[in-house]
Design a protein around this ligand. Structure first.
Ligand code: SF4
Length: 423
């Protein structure tokens, strides 16, 4: 039986009102913060480092190590930012956390702020999660009333002021430096790195940006210790992971599973197997911007290193599932439509290439493709690796892997000028 940590107060599969402050405290809430505030900031950083927590936004960078890059002797304002932009198609894990248990996020951010001595924080929330922003605002007010936010927190002399910021609603706002530009009221273009936000972030000051799920792990690590946390995962992986499934599965949803749970367990035991009696054909394992898996890879453990070794990325661990009735040419057209729409337009291979790729795949899908189209798509895909930010390489993953693994479907569409899946 999986130990529920992040989901211990609610079940994302059963809609219910957000967990109140009283219910949160009754179930051990704010104990992690109490423990953190009794330690030195560097001790808290060390506990998070020792736990093996890796960023849950997709990159998997060690959280404690990231925190340690913030200069502790910096005397000006430092900022803590939570990335709740969650615009990656197929991903709905952070939404569950903020709609259902907002105090868990607030407590995690308070501990992080204390560990890095940051007195000001923002929660950057996807525009479509407006209701979630209201829920978090109400929880911030509750936490402030109970002395967990604001001035002189629990009499320790530490101040932390937290507020929400609703995104203007573009995918690129989820890239951490574009997010900071957006938060400053500027156009959401990514920034050149270095300097990294830890040194020059929001308003040019040291800033840490972490994902919602990352912060939500932190109170439990402080409350139960790093050794307990490390043992939650499988095969030496630390912690649990929120994993979701959408597409051609019987029971789409979201679950908390040990980090390292095999993909086929997620697909068959939790998501209920194929939805319409047709065998699974492919899975995008980490939400949209990750290379696609075919059935011989379905035994891959869902953890950062194993998924990378198998040729993709864990990303958000929210899988998108296709079955044998799906046309992968039409699927790629849908995928490229998203990327073409969401390019920020800053660099040419991305701005022009996404649209060109989308129109080329549409032509093939609609029976108007020509043999050289596949060469065009291969060339465009290579250029997506040479752009200013990770957006275009993100599109490159699904595009190149679908073109490689389902080449015969594309060739068939071009040769026969029709789609077998539609027949
Ligand atoms: S890769 Fe795309 S999203 Fe990133 S900076 Fe260039 S145009 Fe913008």
């Amino acid at each position: 039986m999986t130990e529920r940590v992040l989901l211990k107060n609610f079940d994302p599969m059963r809609p219910s009102p957000p967990v109140s402050y009283e219910a949160y405290v009754l179930n051990g809430g704010y104990e992690g913060a109490r423990i953190a505030l009794s330690k030195t900031p560097l001790e808290v950083q060390q506990i998070v480092k020792d736990s093996g927590l890796r960023g849950r936004g997709g990159a998997g960078f060690p959280t404690g190590l990231k925190w340690s890059f913030v200069p502790m002797d910096f005397e000006g304002q430092k900022y803590l930012v939570c990335n709740c932009d969650e615009m990656e198609p197929g991903t709905f894990k952070d939404r569950a956390l903020i709609y259902n248990d907002p105090h868990q996020l607030i407590e995690g951010m308070l501990i992080a702020a204390y560990a890095m001595q940051m007195t000001k924080g923002f929660i950057f929330i996807r525009y479509e999660y407006r209701r979630g922003a209201e829920i978090v605002d109400a929880a911030i007010a509750e936490a402030t009333r109970h002395g967990w936010l604001g001035k002189n927190i629990q009499g320790t002399g530490f101040d932390f002021h937290l507020e929400t910021h609703l995104s203007a609603g573009r995918y690129i706002c989820g890239e951490e430096t574009a997010l900071l530009n957006s938060l400053e009221g500027k156009r959401a273009n990514p920034r050149a790195k270095p300097p990294f936000p830890q040194i020059r972030g929001f308003l040019g000051q040291p800033t840490i940006v972490n994902n919602v799920e990352t912060f939500c792990n932190v109170p439990h690590i402080l409350a139960h210790g790093p050794e307990w946390y490390k043992k939650l995962g499988l095969n030496g992986n630390a912690g649990t992971k929120l994993m979701g499934a959408s597409g051609r599965v019987k029971n789409p949803g979201l679950w908390e599973l040990p980090m390292g749970t095999p993909l086929d367990v997620l697909l068959n035991e939790y998501a209920g197997g194929p939805a319409r009696g047709k065998p699974f054909k492919a899975v995008i394992p980490g939400a949209l911007s990750t290379p696609i898996f075919t059935p011989e890879q379905f035994s891959t453990p869902m953890d950062f290193d194993s998924v990378a070794k198998a040729g993709s990325r864990l990303g958000t661990a929210c899988v998108i599932v296709f079955d044998e009735g799906d046309c992968m040419v039409a699927a790629l057209a849908n995928i490229m439509n998203f990327y073409a729409r969401e390019s920020c337009g800053f660099c040419t291979p991305c701005r022009e290439g996404m649209r060109w790729a989308y129109e080329t795949v549409c032509a093939i899908r609609d029976g108007n493709g020509i043999v050289t189209d596949l060469q065009v798509l291969d060339d465009l895909g290579r250029h997506f690796g040479h752009t200013f930010c990770a957006f275009a390489p993100g599109a490159q993953g699904p595009m190149q892997s679908i073109l490689t693994k389902f080449r015969s479907e594309f060739e068939d569409h071009i040769a026969k000028r029709s789609c077998k899946a539609k027949a």
